[in-house]
Design a protein around this ligand. Structure first.
Ligand SMILES: O=C(O)C1=C[C@@H](OP(=O)(O)O)[C@@H](O)[C@H](O)C1
Ligand SMILES: C=C(OP(=O)(O)O)C(=O)O
Length: 452
């Protein structure tokens, strides 16, 4: 099990932020490009790969399963894949650290193929539910050789000679469950079908097509989708350009909104509609965000976002929007604290099973910083007064990068500094976060273990 020394950090009220920055490569697309690179025969080239710890764990996983994975330069990677039929049984435990996406997608790969592998991770990953992945994989012929209590990691899976094609309705709106089933379905003779009641990010579907698989998607019910994958495709390597991650761009964007006088431009942010719920919500709150230079990059729509500080009002965020902004609620809660009036974020049950229980962690952090907030069932309600006191004890981040970055952003706009108990996990998704924010004019101090 991996662990990193904690690095307490603190952010203080900032002068106006300004500048043009590019958020790192999208984490979801980065994981998938390495995994599909492994599953195609030949050389896949990736530009703009996120070199965060989560993705580096997936790169090691791809290597352990037989791929040759090389870093050619910053963000520039080459994967020599072995194909679905050529996977090697890893000799050692696959340690995914803090990464839900990497571990769950790789479970799909292993669970659909005739190899056995053991998965493990840090204390956060060890607490996260994996039954949601193991259940469909068992239906597809996989055997769970062993697992920690409740079907958690460390766990060992053995896949079948050929997977059984299934029709599977996901029990939660989760792109990770959908992706694990589709990846296992690559080694199934026939059609694997995934039904989701609420559409989730579609990067796996898009990328499978780019690698030559036959995937069709149709609407299902008012908010859902039905996805069909034709099994046993011959995946061909592809060239992947990874767009900037909207979930990471959300932090400098939020800072620009809440620090008086700021104007920040975020370049090349992916605006896939299944990832842009935060943008929709912020525009409803009256945020001054302008999209320009809309274009396509690497099969995804991207835009430059010009963000200016200004007054914001509280809004009601409907539950059906949750899958399109699931990782953005912590930072939205911070922005809501700076708005005038009540923001109600509905239907947040999935936040309880992320790197931490994000509903509880955000709520506790807000209270510690003098913000009025309450949890009602699966809703988080934040009452903003246009200003945030800050101060108080260090916010507990529970090995959660998004909690860490959210409260540091709060400190940049709050009356008093905001401290967090540990900034180390920021490196899982946004290794240059502190440097990028400092480049915009932010004051963030890290006490120990500062990363370059
Ligand atoms: O598929 C993905 O890349 C992801 C799916 C989401 O998780 P769930 O599938 O659990 O909703 C999200 O929270 C995670 O950061 C990335
Ligand atoms: C939930 C997240 O990631 P993962 O599930 O991959 O750990 C996240 O990055 O916010």
């Amino acid at each position: 099990m991996s662990s990193v020394a904690p690095s307490p950090a603190r952010a203080r009220k900032s002068r106006a932020l300004s500048g043009t920055v590019r958020a790192p490569g999208d984490k979801s697309i980065s994981h998938r490009s390495l995994i599909l690179g492994l599953l195609a025969v030949g050389e896949t080239r990736i530009e703009g790969l996120l070199e965060g710890e989560d993705v580096l764990a997936t790169a090691r996983g791809a290597k352990a399963l037989g791929a040759r994975v090389e870093r050619l330069g910053e963000g520039s990677w080459r994967v020599h894949g072995v194909g679905v039929g050529g996977l090697r049984e890893p000799l050692e435990t696959l340690d995914f650290g803090n990464a839900g996406t990497g571990s769950r997608l790789m479970m799909g790969v292993v669970g659909g193929s005739p190899i056995e592998a053991t998965f493990d991770g840090d204390a956060s990953l060890r607490s996260r539910p994996m039954r949601r992945i193991l259940d469909p994989l068992e239906k597809m012929g996989a055997t769970v050789v062993s697992a920690a209590e409740g079907g958690r990691v460390p766990l060992t899976i053995r896949g079948p000679e050929r997977a059984i094609p299934i029709v599977y309705e996901t029990p939660a709106p989760s792109a990770q469950i959908k992706s694990a089933v589709l990846l296992a379905g690559l080694n199934a003779p026939g059609e694997t079908v995934v039904i989701e009641r609420e559409a989730t990010r579609d990067h796996t579907e898009r990328m499978l097509r780019a690698f030559g698989a036959e995937v069709s998607v149709e609407p299902h019910g008012p908010h859902g989708r039905l996805i069909r994958l034709k099994g046993e495709p011959e995946l061909k390597p592809a060239a992947i350009a990874v767009p900037a991650d909207p979930s990471s761009a959300a932090f400098p964007m939020a800072a620009a909104l809440v620090v008086e006088g700021s104007e920040v431009t975020l370049e090349g942010v992916m605006i896939n509609p299944l990832r842009s719920g935060l943008l929709t919500t912020l525009l409803e709150m009256g945020a001054d965000i302008r999209l320009s230079n809309q274009r396509e990059e690497g099969g995804e729509e991207v835009a430059d976002l010009v963000v200016r500080a200004g007054a914001l009002r509280g809004v009601d965020v409907p539950p059906e929007r949750a899958p399109t902004m699931i990782d953005e609620y912590p930072i939205l809660a911070i922005i809501a604290a700076f708005a005038e009036g009540e923001t109600r974020m509905r239907g947040l049950h999935e936040l309880r099973v992320k790197e931490s229980d994000r509903l509880a962690a955000v709520h506790a952090g807000l209270l510690a910083c003098g913000v009025e907030a309450r949890i009602e069932g699966d809703d988080l309600v934040v009452t903003g007064e246009g200003r945030v006191p800050g101060g108080g004890p260090a916010v507990a981040t529970h090995l959660d990068h998004r909690i860490a970055m959210s409260f540091l952003v709060m400190g940049l706009g709050a009356q008093n500094p905001v401290g967090i108990d540990d900034a180390a996990m920021i490196a899982t998704s946004f290794p240059d976060f502190v440097e990028l924010m400092r480049g915009l004019g932010a004051e963030i101090e890290i006490e120990i273990g500062e990363r370059a």
